[in-house]
Design a protein around this ligand. Structure first.
Ligand code: AMP
Ligand code: ZN
Length: 117
């Protein structure tokens, strides 16, 4: 069922505490933790507890939690000392999505290239 934990999902396992993560922030609906393979000095992921395949599906089903995800991304960036950062939602394997549990990447801590790709 939509939103229910998936046995084969690495981020559901992090939510359940079955896989360790460097957790920075936690709310009733979201968790922010460090990406295991950082692409910038700050590389944080913020995920909903509930399993949705991508950000658009999360927003369609749970708009308040999607908004909380964005607010938490901003708070995590601020707590890591960033005043400039980039949020990325990869959606679909062709766009580089490898974990099919909605997440936002928070990237910063070095000058980010201008442009979108
Ligand atoms: P995406 O390519 O947008 O699906 O992003 C998935 C991200 O999850 C990648 O940047 C991975 O490095 C990260 N990742 C995968 N497994 C873990 C894990 N166990 N802990 C933290 N980050 C992870
Ligand atoms: Zn999941």
């Amino acid at each position: 069922m939509a939103g229910e934990p998936q046995a084969d999902c690495v981020f559901c396992k992090i939510v359940a505490g079955g896989i360790p993560a460097t957790v920075l922030r936690k709310t009733d609906h979201t968790i922010a933790f460090r990406d295991i393979n950082p692409q910038a000095p700050t590389h944080i992921l913020v995920i909903p507890h509930a399993h949705y395949a991508n950000a658009a599906e999360l927003a369609a089903a749970e708009p308040l939690i999607a908004a909380e995800l964005l607010a938490e991304a901003g708070e995590a960036a601020r707590e890591d000392g960033l005043d400039a950062y980039r949020l990325i939602f990869n959606t679909g394997a062709g766009a580089g999505q490898t974990v099919f549990h909605a997440h936002v990447h928070v990237l910063g801590g070095k000058p980010l290239r201008e442009g979108m790709v």
